[in-house]
Design a protein around this ligand. Structure first.
Ligand code: NAP
Length: 481
């Protein structure tokens, strides 16, 4: 089943930070793939803009290498066609250099998107300079990368600065988790089927688990990560967004504000988290890789590379149903999944030997996107009624065939920006509400002087996370690829 491509208008896309890691690894390959799919129509152009004083040719060489390293280059003519659309402007986000040249390259009246793929300290400067140099017209929109603030106060300040220069409807706060095919499928499964929604509440659901496990350490982002930790880097944004999509009420329609209104209600309904429902960890050296403290060059670091917590959404639908969230670096394998664990059947007609069984719906986001429903059936063969759980498996790659090469998150989200569709982007009040929930949790452990518990690299994290579940007579699902 080949993906359907929906036409977009001719556009100009400026990538501030066009020489940076994110641009090279994600943005440029995503745009190349959309170009190959015919979604950079007419005279649409891409303009890289960074501090480096590069010629256009030198920048094209950076793009060539980036596409090759990303493994997306399919052949000569497509690559050359794509490169023809690319230009470069040396520019200083903090000063006046390059802005006039950038303005001269923009085509009036055309959709113009400005991707802020630079450090967050430059977001405010970019917004102000776009306005000051007359580039923030009605067709302009800005894409703002994470992190969006360090806490509530800084997020509010950033929102105030951005909205001083752009309308909220022109601001796209990107969370690439929301661009994943399966995340949207989560909404399709919930709201497109009669089967699940009647059961989607505290009466039938025992608990929900969300795991985002990475095998990588902090890599080249040590300075940023040491100042952020897993709570700020993953929990406040990606995990929170997944929780919202699982827990929200059905929006009246699939439009940006209807969806975001419902997500906001979930965040606002989150209870504060008790200290004994939080487990923080820090990886130590194993299998030849250094530990966290060596990675960040701080032998006294108290920053967590792992966090697990239990939280409650205090509303009619979810009263009494815990949500267990965990995320960490240098874990056993790379895997992100959401599991909805349904309650046991109220009475077993098969007697104690049949064991207890319940249904689990698992939505896997990476590495392989797909949905599995565990159902209970009779174990085949003679010898009485023994029950086993088997998965009804819908791996998208298998179910939808080889043509179902779904666009990756950045491809989808960038085109949504061009189309002016904000459904999968965070609104200002959502981001602030998420920080309002996060801040007291962080302040709590800072004031107690809590130190993260060590865990060996490439395991499932600190024991405390397992104990937290056991106290509730529950188990984490294994971290599987
Ligand atoms: P990076 O590799 O350090 O690149 C930074 C870019 O900003 C470079 O192109 C640099 O240009 C440019 N730049 C720096 N100062 C500038 C200035 N004064 N004026 C104009 N350009 C300037 O950073 P990155 O990893 O790509 O990250 C970019 C943003 O994406 C950050 O906000 C980061 O938090 C976010 N993000 C990154 C990732 C990731 O995987 N990398 C993931 C999620 C979010 P020169 O090279 O010419 O100096």
């Amino acid at each position: 089943m080949a993906p359907r491509t929906v036409p977009v208008e001719v556009f100009d896309l400026v990538i501030f930070g066009g020489t940076g890691d994110l641009a090279r690894r994600k943005i440029l390959p995503a745009l190349f793939k959309r170009f190959c799919a015919g979604q950079m129509p007419g005279e649409s152009r891409l303009i890289g803009a960074s501090r480096s004083d590069l010629s256009r040719e030198a920048y094209l060489e950076i793009v060539r290498i980036a596409l090759k390293e990303a493994g997306v280059v399919r052949g000569g003519p497509a690559l050359e066609g794509f490169l023809d659309r690319i230009d470069y402007v040396p520019l200083d986000a903090e000063g006046d250099t390059g802005w006039q040249a950038l303005g001269d390259k923009m085509v009036p009246g055309r959709v113009r998107a400005f991707y802020f793929s630079v450090g967050p300290n430059l977001f405010a400067n970019l917004a102000a300079n776009l306005k000051a140099h007359g580039l923030a017209d009605e067709q302009a929109r800005i894409v703002v990368e994470k992190p969006f603030g360090h806490d509530l106060e800084t997020a509010r300040t950033l929102n105030a600065v951005l909205t001083a220069h752009f309308d909220e409807c022109q601001i796209y706060r990107i969370d690439h988790y929301l661009g994943k095919e399966t995340v949207q499928n989560l909404m399709a499964v919930r709201f497109g089927n009669m089967l699940f929604e009647p059961l989607w509440n505290a009466q039938y659901i025992d608990h929900i688990q969300i795991t985002v496990a990475e095998t990588v350490g902090v890599g080249g982002r040590a300075a940023y990560y040491e100042n952020a930790g897993a709570m700020r880097d993953m929990m406040q944004n990606h995990m929170m967004q997944l929780l919202c999509l699982i827990a929200m009420e059905p929006p009246a329609k699939f439009d940006p504000d209807a969806v975001r209104d419902e997500k906001l209600k979930v965040i606002r309904a989150l209870d504060p988290v008790e200290p004994h429902h939080i487990v923080r960890g820090q990886y130590t050296a194993a299998d030849g890789v250094p530990g966290y403290r060596e990675d960040v060059d701080n032998e006294r670091s108290k920053t967590e590379s792992f966090i697990a917590l239990k939280c409650h959404v205090s509303n009619w639908r979810w009263a009494g149903t815990p949500f267990y969230l965990r995320t960490g670096k240098r874990l056993k394998t790379r895997s992100s999944e959401i599991t909805v664990v349904f309650k046991d059947a109220p009475h077993s007609i098969f007697g104690p030997d049949a064991g207890r069984h319940n249904n689990e719906l698992t939505i896997q986001l990476q590495p392989n996107e797909g949905i599995t429903l565990d159902v209970t059936i009779k174990e085949p063969g003679p010898g009485g009624m023994r029950l086993i759980d088997v998965p009804l498996d819908m791996s998208f790659a298998e179910a939808l065939g080889p043509g179902a090469d779904a666009p990756d998150a950045y491809e989808r989200l960038i085109l949504d920006v061009i189309r002016g569709n904000q459904t999968l982007f965070m609104r200002n009040d959502e981001v602030e509400a998420a920080w309002a929930w996060t801040d007291p949790i962080i302040r709590g452990w800072e004031s107690r002087g809590d130190v993260p518990k060590p865990y060996d690299a490439f395991t499932t994290g600190p024991d405390g996370a397992v104990q937290m579940m056991r106290r509730d007579r529950r188990e984490w699902r294994g971290i599987h690829p």
